[in-house]
Design a protein around this ligand. Structure first.
Ligand code: HEM
Length: 437
């Protein structure tokens, strides 16, 4: 991919492109843009304004990011701005498992030393796929539900992400994700001024995907396929569909998504659907009220609950207090909302998924890396079934996927399932590890 002319696009847009490009070239472009490109920083020297960290501060749950995240005025957790998903296979050659494990753990610990565990520094998780565990002797304990990925609706035909491991890197400063990525998987021997143990030879890159989350970012990137160039995406919206997401009341707590028993207690499962969105009709044919009805619910549209992009919702989109019988509701209204449908899968009134999704322009097309954390993959399947709403499509005049939430705009391209172990087991875990390994 080509980088835009740094003088003709806003800084944020340029940096997003640099993250997507990756490598030394991306890092160097990103630092050069800020005028502080010195060879030293590109080669792993200190980055301006990026705080160092202390591995001793890291909690046992890799996915415990919420305490470190900023909050907006309503108290919603604010996701980091820049994201890289690194899909890799593990190849340790002739090295013993113990030695390889030690090097991988050392590299991750070094990253924690190099970067404060926060959006200003770096947040990351590492997860392992069913194919990774299948190749090892022994099997996962019953307390871990990690099936191979599969299509979840008749409307999708995804490919499957079966790489051994997925590393999710996230930070507000694009240079931080790029430097961490280079130190783990590229040629850099340090990041942010701290030497990082070389474990790159143990990982074979399979795929690298990128994205971003922040108000105004989709508006700046309307020039890609999948959305009209002049789509009136509000400045405040972090999603290409023109709204905010991730309101606190619609998110599972970190406790709810944590595996409670067995050797992987403290871990979680991670599902990533890479979704392409086709939003030409969304922006050219739907009114604002129709967009609200399809994303939230017709009640939200009638009562003007949402505002321009969600600023009236506070910390609760209020989808749980709608009539429980969505089929009857759909029959009456002729439209049913996405969030309203998905909320039917709550358990005891509590959401089951902690959604950490972020938009993307990978392949110069709008999309979303729909990354979720849940205790078991079965939780994800149940919520996805509710979101798909086959019962609604089959049993009402709403028919097909038109007017059934946002289904007609989404195309799942690939899906992967991963186990994100507790921190103590994050380096090349056995399927059924002993705690004293
Ligand atoms: C382009 C893709 C998607 C967009 C733009 C999107 C957007 C949204 C928005 C704006 C909300 C309401 C506010 C909030 O996030 O708190 C929401 C809620 C939700 N969405 Fe999505 N979503 C997408 C795909 C999916 C998929 C594939 C699932 C599959 C499981 C899903 C599950 C949920 C759930 C569980 C909720 C919360 C429901 C509750 O309150 O219990 N979303 N989504």
């Amino acid at each position: 991919m080509d980088l835009p002319d740094p003088d003709s696009v806003p800084r944020r847009e340029f940096c997003k492109a640099a993250v997507a490009l990756g490598g030394v070239a991306g890092l160097s472009a990103c630092l050069g843009r800020d005028g502080d490109s010195d060879e030293d920083a590109v080669e792993g020297g200190p980055l301006d304004g990026v705080p160092a960290g202390d591995p001793g501060d890291a909690p046992e749950r890799q996915h415990a990011w919420n305490d470190a995240l900023d909050r907006d005025e309503a108290g919603n957790a604010v996701p980091p701005t820049h994201h890289v998903l690194r899909y890799v296979d593990v190849d340790r050659g002739d090295e013993t498992l113990a030695a390889a494990r030690e090097r991988v753990e050392a590299a991750f610990t070094d990253l924690e030393r190099a970067f404060e565990r926060s959006p200003a520094g770096l947040l990351f998780t590492v997860g392992y796929s069913p194919s990774y565990f299948d190749r090892l002797s022994g099997s996962l304990p019953e307390s871990v539900d990690l099936p191979a990925p599969r299509p979840l609706t008749g409307l999708e035909d995804p490919s499957f992400d079966e790489a051994d491991a997925l590393v999710h890197l996230a930070a507000d400063d694009p240079a931080a994700v790029l430097a961490a990525d280079e130190a783990l998987f590229g040629g850099a021997t340090a990041a942010n001024g701290v030497a990082v143990t070389d474990a790159g030879d143990l990982f074979e890159p399979v795929d690298r995907r990128t994205g971003f989350h922040g108000p105004g970012l989709p508006r700046e990137r309307r020039d890609v396929d999948g959305i009209p160039d002049d789509a009136p995406v509000p400045e405040g919206a972090p999603l290409f569909m023109g709204f905010a997401n991730g309101f606190a009341a619609s998110q599972a707590t970190e406790g709810r998504v944590t595996i409670g028993a067995g050797p992987f207690a403290g871990g979680t499962t991670q599902q990533v659907s890479t979704i392409r969105t086709q939003l030409d009709a969304w922006w050219s044919q739907e009114s604002h009220a129709q967009r609200v009805a399809k994303l939230f619910s017709p009640t939200h549209a009638d009562e003007e609950r949402v505002g321009e992009y969600g600023e009236r919702l506070g910390d609760d989109p209020g989808v749980a207090d709608l009539p429980e019988d969505a089929v009857a509701y759909a029959r009456e209204e002729g439209v049913v909302g996405h969030a309203q449908k998905a909320a039917r899968a709550r358990e005891d009134g509590e959401p089951r998924l902690l959604r950490r999704d972020f938009p993307t322009t990978d392949g110069d097309h709008t999309g979303i890396h729909f990354l979720t954390l849940q205790e078991s993959i079965a939780d994800f399947v149940a919520v996805r079934d509710a979101m798909t709403g086959a019962d609604i499509t089959d049993e009402t005049a709403v028919g097909s996927r038109v007017n059934n939430g946002i289904l007609q705009y989404l195309f799942v391209r690939s899906r992967g399932n991963f186990l994100v172990p507790p921190r103590g087991l994050r380096a090349l875990p056995d399927p059924n590890p002993r705690h004293d390994r």
